[in-house]
Design a protein around this ligand. Structure first.
Ligand SMILES: NC(=O)C1=CN([C@@H]2O[C@H](COP(=O)(O)OP(=O)(O)OC[C@H]3O[C@@H](n4cnc5c(N)ncnc54)[C@H](OP(=O)(O)O)[C@@H]3O)[C@@H](O)[C@H]2O)C=CC1
Ligand SMILES: O=C([O-])CC(=O)C(=O)O
Length: 442
């Protein structure tokens, strides 16, 4: 079998074809039995792309044209040359229309947990087929092929397509969800201002790309740190997408806070509800014990050690990421992936009566008096349509207001550092005498 030369970008990847389709049975057969005979080692350029669609069809592979005759596609290789008519099979299923989900930093640690949860159906539901669009870079393209191969070998029925690429303008085409995880980690001695600039450039570019090619109502969840300001940069560079659609992940902080309250109260963590994280995903974040509930009762009634709530509890949540890095030698990945799942599910399923969830969202129009034009974690509810409303009936006291103000001031200072990336003029970066920390940095 000859390998056909591909037009630019050149690659020797056997996967390079954008619309190959194969049946499950044929994939197993050819992938495992003949791949080592037929396929060259995986070498790609930065623009290489994997795409495969997988069906649950257990029949022998049949490559068909519209008129029913068998053919193989040109400019393709091996098993990925074959096209199958899956239409008849799909019509018998009560599946929803496929959705496209982009994930950046897809070869990183968080993604390594997240992608398999997405593909399993445990996030969007057992009747929701998905296409995964994985964004990587020159650094990660080989690893990304490895990720795609593992996804193949997992035989997920709902995973219909896997594409990999390094150009956000290609990868984000028509995506309905964009999970932006990739970002440069802060290295030893690196100023937060430098991190804001380096990662800000990434999110400015990705915002522009989403604006140009994504589905107009795409939901964007920014995980890469500093995630609030990155999300602000992203939304400012995507003026055609509703600002409301951009989120910064603070769900991990909410989950950590619930765990700490449960531990102190001696209850299982599913008894803790109405947990708000206010502000920045940093050590100024405010886990709100004033409005949270345990077994439906105000936390302050259940936990009477209020000094612990103000100091021990608050600090343990703010610094949980750092403690975890000390233990693990790296930042949390599995629990972050779980919290991304939780964050998405909170938007695609109705919020339980009386409860709410935290997510970092655009502050314009907020009822709490928080400065406008920031991405700030606040309490939200959803009807399950992907959208949300801010919760209005929350209480404030001096302690809470004071703490929220500190996180607000931090985000306002971060915003000034990235003015050149948000269209707000010349950046001026003064983060104060004490450099602010990500949760994982302390
Ligand atoms: N909001 C939250 O609650 C949390 C956020 N995080 C943040 O999530 C992000 C990803 O974490 P994790 O998956 O563990 O990290 P990894 O280091 O495993 O992966 C990060 C990915 O970022 C990409 N990246 C983009 N730009 C750069 C760059 N300039 N230098 C190096 N890598 C780059 C890399 O992929 P590629 O080469 O393909 O671009 C890399 O695979 C981090 O910013 C982390 O701080 C982590 C935990 C919690
Ligand atoms: O700083 C990090 O990368 C880790 C982080 O955000 C966290 O654990 O909350």
């Amino acid at each position: 079998m000859a390998m056909t030369e591909l037009s630019t970008p050149k690659t020797t990847s056997p996967f390079l074809h954008s619309s190959s389709r194969l049946s499950l049975s044929s994939k197993l057969h050819l992938s495992n039995q003949f791949r080592h005979l037929l396929l060259p080692p995986l070498h790609t350029t930065s623009n290489s792309k994997i795409s495969c669609s997988v069906s649950q069809n257990n029949q022998a592979p049949v490559a068909v044209q519209d008129n029913g005759s068998v053919k193989t596609k040109k400019e393709c290789y091996g098993v990925f040359c074959l096209t199958y008519d899956l239409k008849a099979e799909e019509e018998t299923k009560s599946w929803k229309k496929m959705i496209n989900i982009a994930v950046s930093g897809a070869a990183g640690m968080i993604s390594n947990h997240l992608l398999f949860k997405l593909a399993s159906g445990s996030v969007f539901g057992p009747d929701q087929p998905i296409a995964l669009k994985l964004l990587g870079s020159e650094r990660s393209i080989q690893a990304l092929e490895g990720v795609a191969m593992e996804l193949e070998d997992s035989l997920f029925p709902l995973l219909r397509e896997v594409d990999i690429g390094t150009d956000p303008y290609e990868v984000f085409q028509d995506v309905e969800w964009a999970l932006l995880i990739g970002a440069k980690p802060r290295g030893p001695g690196m100023e937060r201002a430098a991190l804001l600039d380096i990662n800000g450039q990434i999110f400015a570019e990705q915002g522009k790309a989403l604006n140009a090619v994504a589905s107009p109502n795409v939901k964007v969840l920014v995980v890469g740190n500093p995630c609030n300001t990155n999300a602000l940069i992203c939304l400012k560079n995507a003026p055609n997408i509703p600002a409301k659609n951009f989120h910064a992940l603070t769900r991990l902080d909410e989950n950590r806070a619930k765990c700490q309250l449960a531990l102190k109260a001696g209850v299982f963590y599913d008894k803790v509800s109405n947990m708000t994280i206010w502000g920045n995903h940093s050590t100024t974040q405010v886990p709100d014990f004033l409005n949270a509930r345990i077994n439906g009762r105000p936390v302050k009634e259940v936990i009477t050690d209020h000094k612990w709530l103000e100091e021990g509890f608050t600090e343990s949540v703010q610094k949980r990421g750092g403690l975890l890095i000390q233990k693990w030698g790296r930042s949390s990945a599995a629990s972050t992936a779980v919290s991304i799942v939780d964050a998405i599910k909170s938007l695609v399923t109705p919020t339980p009566e009386g409860d709410w969830f935290s997510t970092g969202v655009y502050t314009n129009g907020n009822p709490y008096g928080i400065a406008e034009d920031l991405v700030f974690s606040m309490p939200c509810r959803s009807t399950g349509d992907g959208d949300y409303e801010l919760v209005k009936d929350v209480e404030f006291d001096d302690y809470l207001r004071n703490r929220i103000s500190k996180s607000e001031a931090e985000l306002l200072a971060e915003k000034k550092c990235v003015a050149h990336l948000t269209g707000d003029g010349i950046a001026f970066c003064d983060l104060g005498p004490v450099d602010t920390m990500l949760p994982g940095e302390v």
